[in-house]
Design a protein around this ligand. Structure first.
Ligand SMILES: [Zn+2]
Length: 294
């Protein structure tokens, strides 16, 4: 029996395992249900080739799409107090944090901050990770945004924030709500130095995040179809007892109603960003100005 379990069984398992198809080769489009091959998806910047749905991105992928040549340096964010309220619902908050960190394979929270260049211009980009507890904003995220703003000021760089968040982190109670004012002040620091502050609203941007720094951009961009709002549509419908209009809280709806400046498809994002930063950071005319004579 020993020989069978110790020698034969592992061999059989190895042969069977080799034939297994890795489960990440195919992704299902959450909008149209089309099966998408991972290589095609990477080539299309994670936009569904069938319906144009913009899939959610891991922060590292987003950063390499935005920076010149995909090169950037992520900074270490300040360590913050974990579980200040000793919160527990069905699980302990510390347990939830550990699970989320195990899933992302890093020791970080829901925000990644990096610096590099976009169109040759120094830029700091802060990206939310929706996979980390719904991209919720607690003390660590607030602290991270402050660090991003300080870095932008230090490097005289533009600041771009890409939220993907369900809002405040309820496990941190009032302390998470305080991050709304802290992040607003962080943005003010950048603006006071005359540096551009841009926001790219990605799916979803809701709750306390949409009610603070996310709506304060000098220019507000959004990805097509992104859900952007404060309260969920179903809750609003139940409260006001009325049917909401078609496309309510989508990027295009907000563009029509003046809350968003541009809705930019992902493949045009880099060029658009480069153009905007160029206009904001290189205000001098590219050629010598010649006075007109009468
Ligand atoms: Zn699709």
């Amino acid at each position: 029996m020993n020989w069978l379990t110790n020698f034969v069984l592992p061999k059989i398992r190895a042969v069977v395992a080799k034939k297994d198809v890795p489960d990440n080769l195919w992704h299902k489009c959450p909008n149209c249900g089309q099966m998408l091959f991972h290589r095609d998806l990477e080539a299309s910047l994670f936009v569904c080739g069938s319906c144009g749905h913009h899939l959610r991105l891991a922060p590292e992928r987003r950063l390499s799409m935005l920076f010149d040549d995909g090169r950037y340096d992520a900074i270490e964010l300040p360590k913050t107090v974990l579980d200040p309220l000793k919160f527990r619902d069905r699980k302990r908050y510390t347990e939830r944090l550990k699970e989320a960190q195990a899933r992302t394979g890093t020791g970080r929270d829901a925000l990644v901050v990096a610096h590099g260049t976009v169109a040759g211009l120094p830029t700091v980009i802060a990206v939310f990770d929706f996979d980390f507890m719904g991209g919720s904003m607690g003390i660590a995220v607030g602290e991270g945004l402050l660090a991003a703003a300080r870095l932008a000021v230090l490097q005289e760089a533009a600041l771009l924030v890409v939220p993907a968040s369900g809002g405040a982190r309820m496990q941190e109670g009032i302390l998470s709500l305080m991050q709304m004012s802290r992040t607003t002040l962080a943005v003010e620091m950048v603006k006071e130095k005359g540096l551009p502050y841009l926001v790219l609203l990605s799916d979803p941007t809701t709750g306390g995040v949409s009610a603070s720094f996310a709506m304060l951009g000098d220019i507000t961009l959004a990805e097509p179809g992104a859900v952007i709002g404060f309260t969920g549509a179903r809750v609003i419908e139940e409260t006001i007892r009325e049917k909401l209009p078609e496309g309510f809280q989508r990027a295009e709806y907000l563009l029509d109603h003046g809350m968003v400046d541009m809705v930019v498809p992902r493949r045009e994002l880099r060029d658009t960003l480069a153009r905007l930063l160029g206009l904001l950071r290189r205000p001098a005319p590219p050629a010598q100005v010649v006075a007109l004579r009468g």
